[in-house]
Design a protein around this ligand. Sequence first.
Ligand SMILES: O=P(O)(O)OC[C@H]1O[C@H](O)[C@H](O)[C@@H](O)[C@@H]1O
Length: 270
Amino acid sequence: MEYVEIKNSSASAKIALQGAHIFEFKTRDKDELLWLSGESDFLLGKAIRGGIPLCWPRFGNLDKNMPQHGFAREAIFELVDIKELNENLTEVLFKLKESKESRKIWDYKFELEVKFSISDILEIELKTRNCDSKEFMITQAFHTYFKISNISNISINNLDKKYYLDTLDDKVKVQNREITIEQEVDRVYQGVENDIVLKDLDRTINIKSSGSKSVIVWNPWIEKSASMSGMSSEAYKEFVCIESANAFEDFVTLLPGESTELKVSYSQED
Ligand SMILES: O=P(O)(O)OC[C@H]1O[C@H](O)[C@H](O)[C@@H](O)[C@@H]1O
């Protein structure tokens, strides 16, 4: 599978052309940020298990005409530009436009741009433009797999008092403290406009999003982990997904010519 490798004085990264999918990101003085399954086979037409899959133009599987999480994560993007802005910052730009295949699944003309800024902070911008003569609706997500020391060591902070849909029993609940994970978790938090903090033993990751109000927190736990493609039964201990998204009622409608941007940044401290 073709990928771009970026190295500057602050960080290094690998980004596949399939899905504009970043699957490695490491700053000079920290451990790898992203979890990548040891069972990822990097086959074309199959999303990489780990890193940051881009879910677009749908998050989830509510749209029966669309593959789960949309088609972008399996599409080949064009590498438009790599800019070395200074010794600590490199920008990489990818683009995807409609094709015969995409029009069979989703009959619209669009332009999707993904810009990665690689420095001691990882920033990603996902810009959707409606190039059609009719309006369309999207949901989307950065489906980020964070590499962690162990699932029992982490907590996810700043989501207390937020409502979430627990997709395991389809009930709406309220978060009343920081999140710790001791079983399967698959939740869509709504109305989130603040930063989220992932605390692990030896590092803290700050997640800042804009253009979105939903956040998905996911860990498959033992049984699901064993049954999923590209994942071993022990994998659930090694990652947690915290996904900045426009999902469920937080969808975006674009009129002809309009565009929208979803952005995220991940910074780390000890
Ligand atoms: O296996 P995938 O299609 O990559 O989906 C993996 C997971 O993605 C999200 O986080 C969803 O909330 C989960 O329900 C889903 O299982």
